[in-house]
Ligand binder design. Structure first.
Ligand code: GDP
Ligand code: MG
Length: 252
């Protein structure tokens, strides 16, 4: 039996694009930010979670996004797509590369409830990702790592990579959870939605709606991704089964 959150995710809309902190909306609500290396799959993840093809801009070339995009799921409940880091020359400091805008957002934004760190499962937790987490740790907010593009490698490789990230997370001292994800294959969608819904305190969370057994994708059967997140306080589904993003281009 599968369950899914019938949520505000399905009603997402672009609220605004901010090139500067003073263009952000007032801090009266709750926000969950998506961070990660350029081209890791942040925007694709947002599109998949909201079951939209082009809500967030999916770049054909890495390093293009320079603004913060804010998506409204419900009044004062926002998803925030941050510009990626790591595309500029190796050797520059994270803060210099990433810029004042994102730096200030993550350090100061009071509305921020948690950070979704999107990592390409084939290159998980690069030095820049670790730098970001170390730098973000003093805020004492939860971090959920989406190990995405799980469709690009075998299931056994994916589980091995997942275990490595979990081991690191276990020693990090942070409130850190990890899961497999794929925007293209729809892996881990409901699990990620459940974490975000809880952080955003969405009005319909944690109401679960029984939808019956609809998983037609044999790749997803038996995956452990749905049960890996120790921070989820509700029954995690086996898998989402829906792939909201059918972008086929890849710069890899
Ligand atoms: N195979 C595969 N490709 C993906 C996945 N997610 C994103 N991509 C591709 O990776 C590239 C970068 O994605 P994008 O979402 O723009 O990354 P961002 O820079 O982190 O926002 C695009 O070509 C996407 O189509 C995924 O889950 N599987
Ligand atoms: Mg993007």
């Amino acid at each position: 039996m599968l369950y899914c959150l019938m949520t505000a995710f399905d009603h997402a809309r672009l609220l605004c694009t901010a090139a500067d902190l003073n263009q952000l909306p007032p801090e009266s609500g709750r926000e969950v930010a998506f961070a990660g290396r350029s081209n890791a799959g942040k925007s694709s993840a947002i599109n998949t979670l909201t079951r939209r093809r082009r809500l967030a801009y999916v770049a054909r070339q890495p390093g293009k996004t320079r603004t913060i995009q804010l998506f409204e799921l419900a009044p004062e409940r926002l998803l925030v797509d941050l510009p990626g880091y790591g595309y500029a020359r190796v050797g520059e400091s994270l803060r210099r590369r990433w810029g004042r805008l994102v730096d200030a957002y993550l350090a100061q934004r009071a509305a921020l409830q948690g950070l979704v760190l999107v990592v390409d499962i084939r290159h998980p937790l690069t030095p820049l990702d670790r730098q970001l987490l170390a730098w973000f740790a003093p805020r004492d907010l939860p971090v959920h790592i989406l190990a995405t593009k799980a469709d690009k490698i075998s299931r056994s490789q994916a589980l091995l990579a997942l275990r490595r990230i979990e081991q690191w997370a276990g020693t990090s001292g942070m409130r850190c959870s990890v899961q497999l994800f794929s925007s293209h294959a729809g892996i881990g969608v409901d699990e990620a939605r459940a974490v975000i819904a809880r952080w955003l305190d969405l009005p319909d969370d944690p109401s679960l709606r029984e939808v019956g057994s609809q998983n037609k994708n044999p790749r997803l059967k038996g995956s452990k991704a749905g049960g890996k997140n120790a921070l989820i306080g509700i029954k995690a589904p086996a898998q989402g089964g829906e792939a909201g993003d059918d972008e086929t281009s890849s710069t890899h």
